[in-house]
Design a protein around this ligand. Sequence first.
Ligand SMILES: Nc1ncnc2c1ncn2[C@@H]1O[C@H](COP(=O)(O)OP(=O)(O)OP(=O)(O)O)[C@@H](O)[C@H]1O
Length: 245
Amino acid sequence: MDYAVQINDVSVKFNLARERVDSLKEYFVRLLKGSHKVDEFFALKNVSFNIEKGDSFALVGSNGSGKSTMLKVISGIYKPTSGNLGVNGRIAPMIELGAGFDMDLTARENVFLNGAVLGYSRDFMKQNFNAIIDFAELWDFVDVPMKNFSSGMQARLGFSIATLVDPDILIVDEILSVGDAHFRGKCEAKMSEMKKKGVTLILVSHSINQILSVCKNAVWINKGNLMMVGTAEDVCNEYMKNKDL
Ligand SMILES: Nc1ncnc2c1ncn2[C@@H]1O[C@H](COP(=O)(O)OP(=O)(O)OP(=O)(O)O)[C@@H](O)[C@H]1O
């Protein structure tokens, strides 16, 4: 089997401060005295699954179940606390609104910044610039600082950049929920065009309808635990039956 992503026994632990520390000085004093208490929290616990090349794969689960954390592990933003993963191909992550943008910079500047972060040359981004702004329909705002953009406008730019740089693996996290109906339609058309070209698609969405129309397979994660892997239909059915877990 040819895999795009292999997740082997991955856990991610966060340390959560147990009490509020109001200043940096107090934080260091407590740290030196060893009195700064933290709770360990596992956002993912021993999760394993594979995503085949060319698959369209969804992550489902309720709020806080660990879906975005898993996308960040796959994109290399977080390192697993234990376990390991294999990623086969060039990834374009489209994660969390604005995560990759500098809000003080304009849309134009952010296209080049994002391109550089994704490892593309300035020339390559120049060649693709018009197509990116065309797809996002943002010509009227191209020289406006992104802090003045709505979440839908940010999502449009993020999606355009991630899809136009021609990735092998496209990661889409919830952006479709903030786009309007017109843009959502465009995104879904773009994703099916990319699927036809053999791009592996990994999607997080709270819309079961959208998952069923876009994805073949899925994984259900609940409170950091893997509950089920299978066809999108089977996994969504099981998730909907047990979503109050
Ligand atoms: N950097 C962090 N530090 C501490 N805890 C974190 C961090 N990132 C995520 N968490 C916690 O890990 C858990 C999983 O979060 P995650 O964002 O992966 O959930 P999610 O399934 O994507 O949720 P949603 O559907 O609400 O987007 C949550 O309880 C969250 O509070």
